[in-house]
Design a protein around this ligand. Structure first.
Ligand SMILES: CC(C)(COP(=O)(O)OP(=O)(O)OC[C@H]1O[C@@H](n2cnc3c(N)ncnc32)[C@H](O)[C@@H]1OP(=O)(O)O)[C@@H](O)C(=O)NCCC(=O)NCCS
Length: 386
């Protein structure tokens, strides 16, 4: 068997493309976007600045940022035909992630531009429209399923604050808007993760941007990827409902359910605690203390402390990932649990679009091979003789 015949299940460790967008050193827990440490960006850059960095290659100056932000804000409204379709999905009790998948797909019908997907400038414009509209779409969906009318986006709020405003009907306070913005910054890009790669596979056929982002949403929805933040919070709710000790609850589940995994723990690339988890942990603590309810933050810390001291998971490099504390942050912002993964998608759409455009600049159709292990030379029997 030649080297190229080697099987790489899950493409683990396989290099498939060059990218200048983000870099992860999983052995030391380092993440950078275009060379900038995630800690610095999370501290001082807005989601809009990060989007500009990912899409245009540099942090914007004030003038560039104003123009970029205006261009996004101008595109934030969602067409009534899409909102009507969302209302139908809400009546059918569709999950928000599935509604988002359908919603992004439907947005293309209202896109004024039918440019060739090979026109990368036009694709970037489409990406901008998608990122601008996802918060509106998600907030509208949450309101529709609660029997409330969607709220139109405002032109004077950041993308993060506008999302919270459209969700709740109230302009968020600074602390909430800042927390939301920081969460978006932290989730914006992460190398060739499963959903980003999915978007790239679709884009490599020169399908349009809506197809790539729709596919990304689908890939992100699974519990091994974006779905874990919801699983973490549901675990905490179960613990609370049963009045259980968090560590006892988790260890009993591990003993009783073969193969059960601690949600928000473990990562294909990180072998130490995810740097995003460290930042979100701090934010979760601040928000929980400010609200006077630290229940879920305390659960998370108790579980983490146990695994660190007992060394059962951490010894093997299975440590908290980005999802372990993000749920507590979103819960403190009053966001329903099943909107957590859609928020991940809201942010990561920026990364998907950046990678799609970067890949298409030097496109090569992504088409791997599978090793055939089926029978050879089967004798065909006509239907009436089988
Ligand atoms: C993220 C994840 C899919 C990465 O998986 P991976 O790189 O494919 O790693 P594997 O599934 O091969 O796991 C390696 C070992 O660690 C164990 N492991 C990994 N994550 C674990 C977790 N969260 N809890 C308990 N054990 C875990 C596996 O059971 C496996 O053990 P084994 O070798 O005895 O079979 C995995 O860690 C996971 O399922 N985590 C929970 C879901 C989650 O938080 N996802 C969000 C990621 S950002």
């Amino acid at each position: 068997m030649s080297e190229s015949e080697e099987l790489h299940k899950g493409l683990e460790g396989v290099l498939v493309a060059e990218s200048a967008l983000s870099y992860i050193d999983g052995s030391v827990g380092k993440l950078v976007y275009r060379g900038y440490a995630i800690e610095d960006l999370a501290q001082d850059a807005s989601y809009e600045e990060v989007l500009h960095l990912l899409w245009h290659g540099h942090l914007p100056d004030s003038e560039e940022l104003d123009a970029f932000t205006d261009a996004i804000t101008e595109e934030a409204a969602v067409d009534d035909t899409v909102l009507d379709a969302l209302a139908g999905l809400a009546e059918a009790d569709e999950q928000p992630m599935a509604a988002l998948r359908s919603g992004v797909s439907m947005l293309s019908a209202a896109d004024p531009d039918d440019a060739d997907p090979r026109d990368l400038e036009a694709s970037l414009e489409k990406g901008r429209r998608i990122v601008a509209k996802i918060p509106t779409l998600l907030a509208a969906y949450d309101r529709l399923r609660r029997g409330e009318d969607p709220i139109e986006p405002r032109s004077d709020l950041s993308l993060a604050a506008n999302f919270l405003y459209m969700l709740t009907g109230e302009v968020p306070d600074d602390a909430s808007a800042e927390a939301m913005d920081q969460a978006l910054v932290l989730h914006a890009d992460h190398g060739l993760n499963a959903s980003t790669f999915t978007s790239m596979v679709v884009a490599s056929t020169f399908a349009d941007m809506y197809s790539s982002v729709t596919a990304g949403v689908g890939a992100l929805s699974g519990p091994l990827h974006g779905g874990a933040n919801q699983d973490v919070m549901e675990l905490f709710f179960e613990i609370e409902e049963q009045g259980a000790d968090p560590v006892d609850y988790v260890t009993t589940k591990q003993e009783q359910e073969d193969g059960w995994r601690v949600p928000g723990y473990g990562h294909r690339v990180y072998k130490v605690k995810d740097p995003r988890a460290k930042i979100l942990e701090k934010r979760a603590k601040e928000l929980s203390e400010a609200s006077g309810d630290t229940t879920y933050y305390d659960y998370a810390k108790a579980i983490e402390t146990f695994f660190t001291e007992e060394k059962g998971l951490d010894e093997r490099g299975i440590a908290p990932n980005v999802d372990f504390f993000s749920g507590t942050v979103y819960h403190q912002l009053g966001i329903p649990v099943d909107m957590f993964t859609p928020i991940f998608a809201l942010s990561r759409a920026g990364g998907w679009i950046g990678h799609v455009l970067e890949y298409q600049e030097d496109n090569r159709l992504i088409r791997p091979r599978g090793r055939y292990v089926g029978p050879e030379n089967s004798d065909f029997t006509p239907l009436d003789e089988r």
